[in-house]
Design a protein around this ligand. Structure first.
Ligand code: UTP
Length: 274
């Protein structure tokens, strides 16, 4: 059973400057809830209640968000404002939190490798909380855990993306096993449209088997001088055990201003309840 979920939250969030100068990108709220809390709620729904945060400089607000605020609790105890704390209390009741620090921003692969001490030798989930996923039925990570229980392989979530935007993503090519499932044969990080092996882009949800740590350790820096998780996954795919899953649901790229505004409007119209 998968119990642990890693949240790499060390990035600088430069696309959101100046808002992210002193505040972590993951604390930006979609309506009234920070992005990272949406991610943690998705992990909990999938049964992954041991949350590991890979943080960096200036990310204290994330740790504080998942800690008890005695003053605040005391101040509003017994008042009609208590209802506003319900969702975060619920998260804190159900999940436990550990932290480790990525010393330098050396890429997503490096951030995951830093998480090894929190994960140990077991399969685990990864959520990039700037990708907000909304679904009608099971959350995306829960859909992936079901698949993991069937295949026992690393799984990446994918989405069809128009070719003119493909250069922003890791892209897979693979052998179709079912309508929504591929066995990965190739993977390229942020290819030019003419070099993209398909229009199937990797989004911020993964299930990884623990052998990925050794593979990352042997992965040299790739695109942009960063240790790319995509490169490590391609190596892991040589064993035939990396799947790509076209998830059911909708994803908003909240790391970009456009996606953030879209998500805000969507959540306000469809999910927000006072
Ligand atoms: P992004 O590519 O979105 O980078 O990282 P970023 O720094 O957060 O944002 P921009 O591009 O500067 O605006 C994808 C995810 O990987 C994490 C980020 O926190 C984000 O959740 N990450 C990336 C790390 O934790 N460490 C890294 O070295 C790189």
């Amino acid at each position: 059973m998968i119990k642990k979920c890693l949240f790499p939250v060390a990035g600088y969030g430069t696309r959101f400057l100046p808002a992210t100068k002193a505040m972590p990108k993951e604390m930006l709220p979609i309506v009234n809830k920070p992005l990272v809390q949406y991610g943690v709620e998705e992990a909990i729904e999938a049964g992954l209640t041991e949350i590991g945060l890979v943080t960096g400089r200036g990310k204290r607000a994330i740790a504080d968000h998942f800690d008890v605020s005695y003053e605040l609790e005391h101040q509003i105890a017994g008042t009609d404002k208590e209802k506003y704390l319900e969702s975060i209390r619920n998260v804190m009741d159900k999940a436990s939190f550990s932290m480790t620090r990525q010393k330098e921003m050396k890429g997503l692969g490096d951030a995951i490798l830093n998480g090894q001490r929190l994960i140990g030798d077991e399969p685990f989930g990864v959520i990039l909380s700037d990708d907000l996923c909304v679904t009608e039925g099971d959350g995306v990570l829960k859909q992936m855990v079901k698949l993991y229980n069937q295949f026992r392989c690393s799984i990446v979530a994918i989405q069809e993306i128009p070719l003119e935007k493909i250069h922003k993503f890791g892209v897979i090519a693979g052998e179709k096993i079912k309508d929504d499932l591929y066995q990965v044969k190739d993977m390229v990080e942020k290819p030019a449209a003419e070099d993209a092996p398909s229009n199937l882009a990797i989004i911020g949800r993964y299930i990884l088997t623990p052998d990925i740590f050794d593979v990352i350790e042997d992965t040299p820096p790739g695109k942009n001088g960063e240790v790319q998780l995509t490169d490590a996954l391609l190596k892991q795919a040589e064993t035939g055990c990396v799947m790509a899953y076209k998830f059911k649901g909708r994803r908003f790229d909240c790391g970009s201003v456009e996606g953030f505004v879209e998500a805000t409007n969507y959540v306000y119209e469809n999910l927000y309840k006072e």
